[in-house]
Write a protein that binds this ligand. Structure first.
Ligand code: NI
Length: 220
């Protein structure tokens, strides 16, 4: 199962590789990308955000509504884009809980191939165009924070580094609890190796006892 990559990460700064041909392997990955995006309540997701170096992104402006409108774009290329800029508050699945107002053009025309290797052209504006531009940036190693001032960007990156550190601790704690549970279950089942756990615990107890006893002895 694909997993979301959080910033900062080298894969998010890479210019992704175009696909020569879309095959079943890619179609499976795309299906998983949709699962990751809808699970995370996102409206767009680019391949590098799940660790894939491929020029693929998916968008769904109606992701939070009942009737979905998924669009998969492979090897996308902007044909034309208006130069008038409009501000809009953006977020990104690689930056949980961070948002910033970004100026981007509104109308655009884009060509791409779909999951079945069919060449397509889409003219769009508004929210859909916004998501497409954000995702296309991802394929070129550009993140929404790269459109901000250095000061604002540094604040967000610093917070993300802290978030990733905390996430690692939470995962480590989870693994430790899992191990603990497995040992307890084995002890309950009287698995053969649980005797070693008991022997280890007893040896540790004896060692700590001896160490404490020796410590108090030398103080006198
Ligand atoms: Ni993003």
């Amino acid at each position: 199962m694909l997993k979301l990559v959080y910033a900062p990460d080298p894969i998010l700064k890479k210019e992704c590789q175009p696909l020569a041909q879309v095959d079943d392997h890619h179609r499976t990955l795309i299906k998983e990308m949709y699962e990751v995006m809808y699970d995370a309540n996102g409206v767009g997701l680019a391949a590098p955000q799940v660790g894939l170096d491929m020029r693929i992104f998916i968008v769904d402006a109606a992701a939070r509504e009942e009737k979905k409108t998924p669009i998969t774009m492979i090897n996308p290329k902007i044909i034309s884009i208006e130069d008038d800029l409009v501000p809009y508050e953006e977020g990104c699945l690689s930056f949980p809980e961070h948002f910033a107002e970004i100026d981007r053009p509104d109308k655009l025309k884009i060509e791409y191939i779909d999951e079945n290797n069919k060449k397509k052209i889409l003219s769009t504006d508004g929210f859909n165009s916004r998501i497409i531009q954000h995702e296309l940036d991802h394929l070129n190693g550009i993140l929404f924070v790269d459109h901000l001032s250095r000061l604002k960007r540094d604040v967000i990156i610093r917070k993300m580094k802290k978030f990733k550190k905390e996430e690692k601790i939470v995962i480590a704690c989870g693994k430790f609890m899992d191990l603990n549970n497995q040992i307890m279950m084995a002890v309950k089942r009287r698995a053969w190796w649980s005797n070693y756990v008991w022997a280890g615990a007893a040896a540790t107890g004896i060692f700590i006892g001896y160490w404490l006893w020796k410590g108090t002895g030398s103080e006198n």
